[in-house]
Design a binder for this molecule. Structure first.
Ligand code: C2E
Ligand code: MG
Ligand code: MG
Length: 699
């Protein structure tokens, strides 16, 4: 200590001051990272990170203060009160913890924005309290003089700058969450401001502290011992900061590992471990983006042939095992640049770049060998086999969707063709399939969009030329393709069950309209074999009749022999039940199918409809005429009236009249037409009082 013109000048041990500042900087940086981590986590984790942050912050603040105090040389013996010294450390710990908890809390909504700054202020207050508790523990032989303004200023600095530090931390945490900031830069900024708060407090606080030395026993403290103590404290501070640092580095690597684990899980198939659909999508996107690779890209769609059978016969365990084993085989046969994934169910897909057809052929034959080798399961040898469809980029498609679609189309063809398991996309063949799929897709919506309607074709008695009834024939007016024949779309509707809804609609529509016909002619409605197999047809017919109020005798259902042959017993039972309601049954297109006498014998049909092909050939083919005669004779002997379809000419009409046919239907007598046309042309009248029916027809 020197006294110059009444001033007291203290010596500072510069090295210790530098060490204190280093501790302050390092500790603040680790604290900032920990606090930012606390901001980014929730509930217990947040508490944990706040606590570790508080431990590092307390060590940082306290050690900075302690080492700086040891570097402060008042020139008189000094001592430290142990209780107060420890208390000051505890104040730093508890205060920082409380401050961090408050700063990172999100519970109180209105406080949320201000919480970080308030928490920071609490930390600042703790720093100040710690400092002054530490100063009280600092015993010197002399008179201590405090400058109140300096004290107040130091507290204001600590509180406001700490508040700012945590406010910045809160804002940085929000930006980090939105990925709009770098963690390192944010931590450096927060650490800098936090270090400034600690240093500002300490050095402003120390300037408010003066000692007028009054040595009592003339003994000075042993400076070497004090320096050793300072270094020990500094080391401890660095150890604690290091521990804090390691904790979040560990956490970082655990996080990275779990993110990697999640990523692997998200990209691979749980059952087989192969890459999944998401992974395939990423891969094909990457391949298609690699424009500098001039080699072609082959996409191979793979679908197992008998997987359902294996599942049904041997259980799902066996199915899973087959998938696992095949997947293992597929992945082990992959060479560099080749890729295989499971798309779900029994569908796989392979992807490869190739320079020559041989190269691609080699992969295909490896795939085939693997898929056609039997799989052992328990004592059984399971053979699933597979169909492979290949589409090539850019030859067959220039976009991902079309490429996948075309590989699928080729695969469907391979599936349908028993003689080959690999099919390459061929536009001519596969386009038919595509058109069918697209038509099926449109058909799904046709009914709801009002594109379906029913036309009616007259059926006439030959004996007296009177109308006996009308056949209801379905029509589809496609918005783009125009009129589509039922011969084309009914099979599609049958393939996927759409016919059930459509058929029921036709039945209801025809009955609803027929109710108001005058005179009350019969209405004939065609039925599909699918309706027989899947729907409770007698119930539907009964319900529709009740709902529409049509008398059962006025309804005739037309079905073909195919319907009966599909499930003879059931069909005959269904027919009996329908007949019991009072509805009549006609056998349509007779002569084209099995033309089995047994069919005619086993069920009392109300009408046989002779197929139009015989009529059109009658003029040119003697066989056709012979068949017409035979069928008419058969009808006579069984007592079933025969209606001839497709009468287009007077000659045909005369022939059938001469041969004794009962009824005719064909363009000669009337083309199928909408009800409104029939009414307008006077062929059909509606009950005058049936307003609703009239307006419906007009509409
Ligand atoms: P179908 O039941 O044998 O109906 C007679 C078909 O012959 C109708 O064809 C009709 O337009 C046509 N036709 C009538 N007179 C003549 C003629 O003089 N010359 C020629 N060349 N053809 C004539 P459309 O309407 O195209 O129906 C074809 C088939 O579609 C029907 O044959 C029937 O099997 C089926 N179909 C029509 N509507 C329905 C329905 O609502 N449900 C079911 N399941 N099938 C239906
Ligand atoms: Mg018919
Ligand atoms: Mg017919």
């Amino acid at each position: 200590m020197m006294s110059v013109a009444g001033c007291i000048v203290y010596k500072h041990n510069l090295w210790l001051v530098v060490v204190a500042l280093l501790i302050c900087a390092a500790g603040s940086w680790v604290t900032a990272r920990l606090v930012l981590r606390a901001f980014a986590t929730r509930s217990r984790q947040r508490m944990g990170w706040s606590f570790i942050g508080a431990v590092v912050a307390a060590a940082d603040i306290w050690c900075t203060h302690f080492v700086a105090m040891l570097g402060f040389e008042p020139g008189v013996p000094i001592a430290f009160d142990p209780v107060l010294t420890i208390t000051s450390l505890l104040i730093a710990l508890v205060g920082s913890f409380a401050g961090f908890l408050l700063a990172t809390s999100q519970a109180a909504n209105r406080l949320t924005r201000a919480a970080p700054a308030l928490g920071g202020a609490v930390v600042g207050l703790a720093v100040a309290l710690m400092h002054y508790a530490g100063m009280l523990a600092y015993r010197v032989e002399g008179i201590v003089i405090w400058n109140r303004i300096g004290i107040a200023l130091s507290i204001v600095f600590a509180v406001s700058i700490s508040g700012l530090a945590l406010h910045l931390a809160g804002a940085a945490a929000r930006r980090l969450q939105a990925n709009a900031a770098s963690a390192g830069a944010s931590a450096r900024l927060v650490a800098g401001v936090l270090a400034l708060a600690i240093a500002a407090l300490h050095f402003t606080g120390m300037s408010a502290f003066q000692v007028v030395p009054m040595p009592i026993d003339g003994h000075f403290s042993n400076p070497a011992a004090l320096h050793a103590l300072a270094l020990a404290v500094a080391c401890m501070a660095l150890v604690i900061a290091g521990a804090g640092c390691v904790s979040f580095l560990l956490d970082d690597s655990v996080r990275a590992e779990s993110v990697e684990h999640l990523r692997t899980m998200a990209m691979s198939d749980m059952l087989t471990g192969l890459p999944n659909r998401a992974s395939f999508n990423a891969r094909i996107d990457a391949e298609l983006a690699r424009t500098q690779d001039t080699r072609k890209l082959a996409l191979i769609g793979i679908d197992l042939n008998r997987f359902k059978e294996i599942n049904d016969l041997h259980g799902h365990h066996a199915g899973d095992e087959v998938l696992r084993i095949l997947a293992r085989r597929l992945s082990s046969l992959m060479r560099e640049g080749e890729f295989v994934a499971r798309m779900g169910g029994d569908e796989f897909v392979a992807l490869t770049r190739f320079a020559s057809r041989e190269e691609l052929g080699d992969l295909l034959s490896r795939l085939e060998t693997a898929l056609y080798r039997p799989v052992r399961y328990d004592d059984a040898e399971l053979l699933s086999g597979a169909s492979l469809g290949v589409a090539i980029y850019p030859d067959d498609a220039t976009t991902k969707t079309v490429l996948i679609n075309n590989a699928d189309l080729a695969m469907y063809r391979a599936k349908a063709d028993l003689s080959q398991s690999v099919c390459f996309y061929e536009p001519a063949m596969d386009e038919i399939a595509r058109a069918r799929r697209s038509l099926t897709h449109d058909l799904r919506e046709a009914l709801a969009r009002g594109q379906l309607s029913v036309h009616y074709q007259v059926q006439t008695s030959i004996a007296n030329g009177e109308i006996c009834g009308y056949e209801a024939l379905l029509r589809w007016e496609h918005p783009r393709l125009g009129f589509i024949s039922p011969a084309e779309f009914i099979p599609l509707a049958e393939e996927n069950g759409l016919i059930l809804g459509i058929g029921a609609w036709v039945l209801r529509e025809a009955c609803t309209r027929a109710v108001s016909w005058s005179p009350p002619y019969k209405v004939a409605v065609n039925l599909s074999p699918v309706q027989f197999a899947h729907a409770d047809l007698p119930k539907l017919v009964e319900t529709v009749l009740v709902e529409t109020g049509l008398a059962p005798e006025r309804l005739e259902l037309e079905l073909t022999e195919t319907t009966i042959f599909a499930d003879r017993e059931r069909s005959l039972d269904v027919l009996q039940r329908i007949k019991a309601i009072g509805v009549s049954i006609a056998l349509d297109d007779f002569g084209t199918g099995y033309s089995s006498l047994d069919t005619l014998r086993s069920f009392p049909f109300d009408k046989i409809k002779l197929d139009q092909s015989f009529i059109s050939e009658a003029g040119s083919s003697r066989q056709a005429t012979a068949i017409i005669r035979a069928v008419l004779a058969l009808g006579k002997s069984l007592g079933i009236p025969v209606l001839a379809e497709g009468i287009e000419t007077e000659a045909q009409f005369t022939l059938l009249a001469d041969e004794g046919c009962d009824e005719v239907q064909g363009y000669l007598l009337g083309r199928p037409a909408p009800l409104s046309h029939l009414v307008a042309s006077g062929q059909l009248s509606l009950l005058a009082d049936d307003e609703q029916a009239l307006s419906a027809v007009r509409g």
